[in-house]
Design a protein around this ligand. Structure first.
Ligand SMILES: Cc1cc2nc3c(=O)[nH]c(=O)nc-3n(C[C@H](O)[C@H](O)[C@H](O)COP(=O)(O)OP(=O)(O)OC[C@H]3O[C@@H](n4cnc5c(N)ncnc54)[C@H](O)[C@@H]3O)c2cc1C
Length: 676
């Protein structure tokens, strides 16, 4: 099985030489096998060892705080320097989430990894570089019956380089697939976020392509030297290799961020198709050589296919159990999950309330019940397909709310999850076709759609060990923060909790209307207090494709601060709403059929347990805790940010600076960056 061990084919090869030349021929074979196969295969095994250790280490770091929250809380302050300088700081400069243009080209960008990610990538690069550039031994031409001529040294080096790069490329294809699937074993064990998994996936892919390129060039040169290049194109194994190489090249090119973002669905479809063709190409490229020495590489390719199939099978099964229910009575034997669509914020946001089987949903007001199959809970994300609007393809959305209820009619347990969808230009825009429908009184009708749900994905953050929570949200990124507000109010997870929300368009406040109403009522019983600061950064939400809040395009000064907290009189509240509308470039339109502005509910309500302030402009730094929450050397603080990439980078850098000043026993940082 090991490719450098002599097999029957090699022994047959030796027999072709006269007895006095056999010793040289044997040496030549051994040196060749060592150079071509042993060096790169051992380096691949070393890489596998490091890879498995890193995945297990990530798994420990991810799951231990959930299993031993108190012990982790004690340990965290001691790890603060490691987190500040290694785990959370960008490798160079201040950008991590926001791509950096290369050579001033906006379509060619690069994502700066975090320092530890950078070190892992550097190690990966060296493991790939070393076996390509070092450990070569060649035999003198007079003792090398396989390469006897004057160009013996060059020919040997060409051949070894061609073989080594092939082994390295094929050996890393299983890693490439392990770092691709949402449900691959590595994703499940490591608990790494999809963003981190994708970072490694992209870099491994680039290395594999470079090696495939060197392999292709080296073999082309060898065949030209032998005068057999044209003939090679008549052999199926060669052509399968060419096909696999072309597929890899296409995959790398189509993965350019600019193309990926513009034609996402097209990218996903072609990516899956071309990746499969690449694996099939590699398989036949090796298999058709009919060499027992290459058995290991055939197995590696089969493992790759198995990893892909595992991911797809789990996702298919998950979709099935989550979205399709068998019915014991009635005419319909199966019931597919359905979503009731309601439009908010003047049709800029759609709320999808998706009905699901109760056993798949974790109610946000109750404590988590650990189980073998993870449940859909607020804070996780799902992949959502809406076949009526888009036949193939699914889209990721965060679960804003999850409830298990008892159906008053049937007394059966039922459940739903809410996702808040920011209307963009593709599938989400098609949702708007439902918005026009009105009943006879001109009121907007809610609409029902069949949906397929796959999830949960992207493990919910474990913040059980933190005392205070400071949430930063940009635009519809507030969806990600709502579950933390629930954890604070219903389960008293934190001593204090504050949300700082930046938005360009005040209409978006309507998104918080129902959730805050519920939380305010629930807080009467639990005595929890919530602090919410809204920063109205600009009113450019009507611009197509523009993120709702960015830090770059807002005035630097911090102007007037307005408040709608509970200690205001109704007259004061009225002047606040009026003040905002006057200042606004584009006054909020009237909501569908409602006859009131979309944000009035939130701005005019008298909150009992929520201190709700609205400001114009951008926040001045990140230290937005209420005065009552003094920094304490005994307490820990978590800063969570969800929003556009510049916002996440800004929050990360501010938090790192804050941690360096050691006001708190510990400050933790988490970012979820999206282009919503
Ligand atoms: C983990 C995660 C959670 C998210 N949660 C929410 C949420 O709670 N609410 C919300 O409004 N949005 C959320 N998004 C963003 C949401 O998935 C996209 O806005 C949506 O898929 C756009 O669909 P579209 O066809 O209308 O987009 P288009 O108008 O075609 O494209 C708009 C942008 O969305 C990207 N996009 C399109 N399709 C996908 C896809 N299948 N996967 C990833 N990106 C895509 C495009 O590259 C482009 O940048 C989330 C994204 C991620 C990665």
């Amino acid at each position: 099985m090991l490719p450098w061990v002599l097999d029957d084919h090699d022994l047959g090869f030796l027999k072709k030489y006269p007895p006095e030349k056999r010793e040289d021929a044997l040496q030549s074979l051994l040196v060749s096998n060592r150079n071509s196969f042993k060096v790169p295969t051992i380096s691949i095994f070393v890489e596998y060892g490091i890879f498995i250790s890193l995945i297990l280490a990530c798994g420990l770091v991810h799951y231990l705080p959930r299993l031993f929250p108190t012990a982790c809380k004690k340990l965290q302050p001691k790890l603060a320097p490691i987190r500040t300088h290694l785990l959370e700081a960008p490798l160079l400069g201040r950008r991590n989430a926001e791509p950096i243009p290369l050579f001033g080209l906006r379509w060619l960008t690069f994502q700066m990894p975090l320092r530890l990610e950078g070190i892992v990538l550097l190690a990966l690069f060296l493991i790939n570089l070393l076996p390509i550039t070092a450990f070569y031994t060649t035999l003198a031409a007079e003792h090398n019956p396989r390469y006897p001529g004057p160009h013996s040294h060059r020919q040997q080096m060409q051949r070894y380089l061609a073989d080594r790069t092939a082994v390295l490329a094929i050996g890393q294809v299983p890693l490439l697939f392990l770092m691709a699937g949402r449900r691959s074993p590595t994703t499940l064990v490591s608990g790494l976020s999809m963003n981190a998994i994708m970072l490694y996936h992209r870099w491994i892919a680039r290395m594999v392509w470079c090696q495939a390129f060197i392999h292709a060039v080296a073999w082309t040169v060898i065949r030209i030297d032998q005068g057999r290049l044209v003939k090679m194109y008549q052999t199926p194994y060669w052509n399968w290799g060419v096909a696999a190489f072309m597929m890899f090249g296409g995959l790398i090119f189509l993965s350019l961020r600019s193309l990926r973002q513009k034609w996402y669905e097209c990218f996903v479809f072609l990516h899956i198709l071309m990746a499969l063709l690449a694996v099939v190409g590699i398989y036949f490229h090796i298999h058709l050589l009919h060499s027992s020495s290459f058995r290991l590489f055939v197995i590696m390719t089969e493992i790759t296919a198995a990893i892909w199939a595992f991911d797809r099978a789990i996702r298919f099964f998950n979709r099935l159990i989550t979205s399709v229910q068998l019915r014991r009575s009635g005419r319909q034997l199966v019931k597919v999950a359905s979503a009731d669509v309601e439009f908010l914020a003047n049709n800029k946001v759609a709320r999808l309330r998706i009905s699901l089987p109760a056993w798949r949903v974790q109610d946000g007001t109750q404590s988590d019940v650990p189980g073998l199959v993870p449940k859909l809970a607020a804070g996780y994300s799902i992949m959502l397909s809406v076949p009526r609007l888009q036949i193939v393809g699914d889209h990721p959305f965060s679960i804003a709310k999850a409830r298990v209820i008892r159906d008053p009619k049937s007394e059966e347990r039922a459940a739903f999850i809410d996702v808040l969808v920011n209307i963009q230009g593709g599938m989400t825009k098609k949702l708007l076709s439902l918005a026009g429908s009105k009943d006879i009184e001109g009121l907007a009708l809610s609409r029902s759609l069949s949906v397929i749900v796959d999830g949960p994905y992207d493990h919910q953050l474990s913040l059980c060990a933190t005392d205070h929570l400071l949430l930063y949200a940009g635009g519809i990124g507030v969806t990600y923060c709502l579950p933390f507000l629930e954890q604070h109010v219903y389960r008293g997870k934190f001593k204090t909790c504050k949300l700082v929300w930046m938005l360009r368009d005040l209409d978006l406040l309507e998104v918080l209307d129902e959730p805050l109403g519920e939380l305010d009522a629930a807080a009467d019983a639990t005595k929890a207090k919530l602090f919410i600061d809204v920063y109205h950064t600009a009113s450019r939400a009507s611009e197509k494709g523009a993120p709702i809040a960015t830090l770059e395009e807002v005035p630097a000064e911090l102007p007037s601060s307005l408040s709608s907290s509970s200690d205001l009189t109704p007259q004061e509240e009225k002047s606040i709403t009026g003040g905002l509308d006057d200042d606004d470039d584009e006054p909020a339109e009237k909501a569908e059929g409602g006859g009131r502005t979309a944000n009035e509910g939130v701005l005019k309500r008298r909150w009992r347990n929520i201190t709700f302030n609205v400001h114009h402009g951008r926040p001045d730094g990140i230290r937005h805790l209420d005065e009552s929450v003094a920094a304490s050397r005994a307490d820990s603080l978590s800063v969570v940010c969800c929003g556009p990439r510049p916002l996440c980078d800004w929050a990360r850098n501010e938090t790192l600076q804050w941690r360096r000043e050691r006001e708190w026993a510990d400050i933790d940082f988490h970012a979820e960056c999206v282009l919503w």
